[in-house]
Design a protein around this ligand. Structure first.
Ligand code: CO
Length: 147
């Protein structure tokens, strides 16, 4: 088990755009393993590589249905909308309402480079969108509904 330090809001790395993964090697697998350890240790439901200081397009999500590893993920379909509370392991205890699609379809690669598609609704769709935003350098507080 190897946890990594989670960067906190204000760290400029969190606002940078991550780069495509091109090498599906041991280094990537180590990052993914460490990210899972880090997320579970922090009781999170998602974590993106930039949050542990790695500016690569890698994210993980587990909303209770098992771990999903996303490498180079893109949203290929989305529909509907939902507004609900969201938090982030990089933003302390702050919780804000954010609008997200109700449904998304994601195309991504697994840790070996194999392409797959995954769909999500409700909270899973929210988690996917939140993590993909991290890869663009966007934190949820920048999308929070105006009070
Ligand atoms: Co987050």
């Amino acid at each position: 088990m190897a946890t990594r330090n989670i960067l906190q809001i204000g760290d400029p790395v969190l606002n940078k755009k991550s780069k495509q993964v091109v090498d599906f090697n041991d280094r990537l697998h180590q990052i993914l393993d460490d990210m899972a350890d880090t997320m579970y240790a922090a009781d999170g439901v998602g974590l993106a590589a930039p949050q542990v200081g790695v500016l690569r397009r890698v994210a993980i999500v587990d909303v209770g249905d098992g771990l999903v590893e996303l490498v180079n993920p893109v949203i290929t379909e989305q529909s509907g909308s939902q507004i609900d509370e969201e938090g982030c392991l990089s933003v302390g205890d702050r919780v804000e309402k954010v609008m997200r699609p109700y449904y998304v379809k994601i195309e991504a690669q697994d840790r070996f480079g194999k392409k797959f598609e995954i769909e999500g609704e409700e909270f899973l769709a929210r988690a996917f969108c939140h993590e993909l935003d991290h890869l663009e350098g966007i934190l949820f507080v920048e999308k929070a509904e105006k009070k």
